[in-house]
Design a protein around this ligand. Structure first.
Ligand code: AAT
Length: 283
C-alpha cells in the first residue's frame, strides 16, 4: 500500500492510502501533487499539504460561502482570492442573484490541473458567463481594485507560507476593507486553533482583521483532512452581525441543497470552545 503522509506537528503525522500518484509538477509558485485513493477519492496537495479531496471538500466550500449569504442575501458582486480548485466559485454560483464573481488565483496550473483531475470543483467554472478568472497575486489585485466594488470577499488561500504570506498582512486586509462596499463582508481562511503553529496563524490573522473591521467573529467546522480536523473561518463586516442579522427564512427561499450547512448550524458554528475564545482575545 502507498501512503501519503503529512506532518500536523513535529510529533504528529496524518496518512492516507492511495492507489496511484496521478500527477506532479513544480510551478514557479509551489509543488503540486495529485493522488487517487479509495477513502478520499482524488486529492491534491500544495507543498506537501492537503488542499482538496473529493470526499470532504463540500464541508469547506459550503462553510466559506453560505454563512455570508444567509447574513446578507443581497450579495451581488463577489471576489474570491485563491480558490484555484473552483469549489468556492461553484458554491457562490449556485446563487442566481449573484451578478459577477472574480476569482484571483496566483497559480494558473492549480486551476488547469483541477479542471482535468477534479471536475467536481473546477468543472464548468470557466464556461460560466458571470465568472471572471485572473491569474495573479491576490494582494496585487486588491491594491489596484476600485473602492467599494464588492459585496463579499472570500479569502480561500493557503497557509501563510511562501505565496500565501502576503495575504495574512495588515496591508491586505486594509485593501479588502477599501474594496468592499459599505455593507461588505470578508470571510478569511483562519487556520486552526489546535496545533501551535496553526493557532499562531489564527491569532495573527484575527488580530489584524479585528483592528480594521468593526464587526469580527470566528466560526468553526469539521474538516477531517486538515490538521486536527478542527478548522475556522473569520467573519468580518462593516455593518452586519452574522447572528443578529441572520436572515434564515430568506436564505431558505434560495432553495440551495447543502450537505453540511443549514441555518441552525449557522448559529452553532459561531459558538466557540473556551480555549479558542481565549486565544482570540489574547491574540
Ligand atoms: N478551496 C480550498 C483550497 C485551498 S487552495 C488555496 C489556493 O490559494 C491555492 O490554489 C494557491 O495557489 C492560492 N494562493 C496562495 N497564495 C495566493 C496569493 N497570494 N494570491 C492568490 N492566490 C493564492 C485552500 C486550502 C486551505 C488549506 C488549509 N490547510
Amino acid at each position: 500500500m502507498n501512503w501519503y503522509t503529512e506532518s500536523w506537528s513535529d510529533e504528529c503525522k496524518f496518512s492516507i492510502a492511495y492507489d496511484e500518484k496521478i500527477y506532479s509538477e513544480k510551478t514557479p509558485f509551489q509543488q503540486i501533487d495529485f493522488y487517487k485513493g479509495k477513502e478520499f477519492g482524488t486529492f491534491f496537495t500544495l507543498d506537501g499539504l492537503m488542499m482538496v479531496n473529493e470526499k470532504d471538500e463540500f464541508i469547506y466550500h459550503e462553510m466559506i460561502v453560505h454563512p455570508a449569504f444567509a447574513t446578507n442575501p443581497n450579495i451581488k458582486r463577489v471576489l474570491i482570492i485563491g480558490g484555484g480548485d473552483g469549489g468556492t466559485a461553484r458554491e457562490v454560483l449556485r446563487y442566481k442573484s449573484v451578478e459577477e464573481v472574480v476569482m484571483v488565483e496566483i497559480d494558473e496550473r492549480v486551476f488547469r490541473l483541477c479542471q482535468k483531475y477534479l471536475p467536481v470543483t473546477a468543472g464548468g467554472i470557466e464556461e460560466e458567463p458571470r465568472m471572471t478568472l485572473k491569474f495573479e497575486d491576490g494582494l496585487a489585485y486588491v491594491k489596484k481594485a476600485p473602492d467599494a466594488s464588492f459585496d463579499l470577499i472570500l479569502v480561500d488561500s493557503t497557509d501563510p507560507i511562501s505565496v500565501g504570506e502576503g495575504l495574512f498582512t495588515i496591508e491586505f486586509y486594509q485593501e479588502c476593507y477599501r474594496v468592499l462596499r459599505n455593507d461588505g463582508i470578508l470571510i478569511n481562511q483562519h487556520e486552526s486553533p489546535y496545533f501551535t503553529e496553526y493557532a499562531e496563524n489564527m491569532k495573527r490573522a484575527h488580530k489584524k482583521i479585528k483592528h480594521i473591521f468593526p464587526i469580527t467573529h470566528v466560526y468553526q467546522y469539521h474538516m477531517p483532512t486538515y490538521p486536527s480536523g478542527h478548522w475556522l473561518f473569520g467573519f468580518a463586516s462593516k455593518v452586519y452581525d452574522p447572528l443578529l442579522d441572520l436572515h434564515a427564512e430568506d436564505w431558505k427561499k434560495f432553495k440551495i441543497q447543502t450537505k453540511y450547512y443549514n441555518t441552525e448550524l449557522h448559529r452553532g458554528a459561531f459558538c466557540l470552545p473556551n480555549y479558542v475564545r481565549e486565544a482570540l482575545v489574547d491574540g
